[in-house]
Design a protein around this ligand. Structure first.
Ligand SMILES: Nc1ncnc2c1ncn2[C@@H]1O[C@H](COP(=O)(O)OP(=O)(O)OP(=O)(O)O)[C@@H](O)[C@H]1O
Length: 260
C-alpha cells in the first residue's frame, strides 16, 4: 500500500509542554482525510509541522516515501505538498488571472531568472487558464482579488494552492500531490459551503487531501476517513461511520459539537 503521507511518532513541544504527543497517521494516495478535534487539540500545530512551518521535536514525516521533517516550506511544496490557510491568502490588487499566474510561476520556480520566466510564460499562462476553469472563475478573469465575494476569494485561494501541483489542469494526473486545507469553509454561508464542498471534490479528484474542518456536515460529506485528535494524540482514525459510532470519540468530542 502506497502512502502519500505518513506521520510516525510525531512530537512537538513548546517549552515544557508537549502539544503533539506521538502522532501516527498513514494517509493513502488519493484518500481524503479530515482531522477533527476540540479547540487546542493541536490541529493547526500538526499542519504547521507537515508543511514545514514548524520543526518537530521528534518523529518523522514521510511524503511520497521521502522524509521531509526539518525541510523548509518551499522545499516541501516542490515535493508535491500544497497548503491553504485559514485566512485568505491572495493578492487583493491583482486580478483573478494574475493571481493564478503568479502562483504558477512561483511554483515552477521562475521567480529568480528573467530568461526562464519569459521562455515559460506561455506554459504558465496555459496552466493559469486551466486553473481558472477548474475553480469556475473564468467570468471573473479581470476582477481584482479584493472585489470578489468571500466565497470567490476562497475559490481563488484554492486555485492558488493547487497551482503548486504538477498536474494543474488535469485532475487525474497527480497521485504525488498532497493538498492540506485549513478550515476551507470557515466563514461561509450554508449555500456557499454546499457549493464549495462540490468544488473541493472536483478540484482534488485524484489527489490526496488532508483537511482541518470544524463543520461536521462538511467532514462527513467529504472525508473517506476521519482522524480525531485529542490533546495531541490520535484517538481514532477510521471511516466516518466508525468514528461516529465510537464511544470514546462521542465522549471526547462529537456528542458536544455535532449539532453546532
Ligand atoms: N507557538 C506556540 N507556542 C506555545 N504554544 C503554542 C504555540 N502554538 C500553539 N500552541 C499551543 O498548542 C496548543 C494547540 O494549539 P493548536 O492551535 O494547534 O490547536 P487547534 O487544535 O488547531 O485549535 P483550534 O481548533 O482552536 O484552531 C494550544 O494549547 C496552543 O496554545
Amino acid at each position: 500500500m502506497m502512502h502519500a503521507l505518513e506521520l510516525k511518532d510525531l512530537r512537538k513541544s513548546f517549552g515544557q509542554t508537549e502539544i503533539i504527543r506521538g502522532v501516527q497517521l498513514a494517509v493513502r494516495a488519493g484518500e481524503r482525510v479530515a482531522i477533527i478535534g476540540p479547540n487546542g487539540a493541536g490541529k493547526s500545530t500538526l499542519f504547521n509541522l507537515i508543511s514545514g512551518r514548524l520543526a518537530p521535536s521528534g518523529g518523522h514525516i514521510v511524503l511520497n516515501g521521502k522524509r521531509i521533517e526539518g525541510m523548509k516550506p518551499f522545499e516541501i511544496n516542490r515535493l508535491g505538498l500544497s497548503r491553504s490557510f485559514q485566512i485568505t491568502n491572495i493578492f487583493p490588487k491583482l486580478s483573478v488571472f494574475e493571481n493564478l499566474r503568479c502562483a504558477v510561476l512561483w511554483s515552477l520556480g521562475y521567480r529568480y531568472t528573467l530568461l526562464r520566466f519569459l521562455a515559460n510564460l506561455d506554459d504558465a499562462n496555459a496552466r493559469a487558464e486551466a486553473l481558472m476553469k477548474m475553480i469556475h472563475l473564468e467570468r471573473k478573469r479581470e476582477v481584482l482579488g479584493m472585489n470578489l465575494t468571500y466565497a470567490e476569494q476562497r475559490a481563488l485561494e484554492m486555485g492558488v494552492t493547487l497551482a503548486g501541483s504538477a498536474s494543474a489542469g488535469s485532475a487525474s494526473a497527480g497521485s504525488a500531490n498532497v493538498v492540506l486545507l485549513d478550515e476551507p469553509t470557515a466563514g461561509m454561508s450554508r449555500s456557499e459551503t454546499t457549493h464549495f464542498v462540490e468544488l473541493i471534490k472536483e478540484v482534488t479528484a485524484g489527489k490526496t487531501l488532508l483537511m482541518v474542518e470544524h463543520d461536521m456536515g462538511v467532514v462527513f460529506d467529504l472525508a473517506d476517513r476521519i482522524a480525531v485528535l485529542v490533546r495531541g494524540e490520535v484517538l481514532a482514525f477510521d471511516t466516518p461511520e466508525a468514528v461516529r459510532a465510537n464511544r470514546q470519540v462521542q465522549q471526547a468530542y462529537l456528542g458536544a459539537t455535532e449539532n453546532t
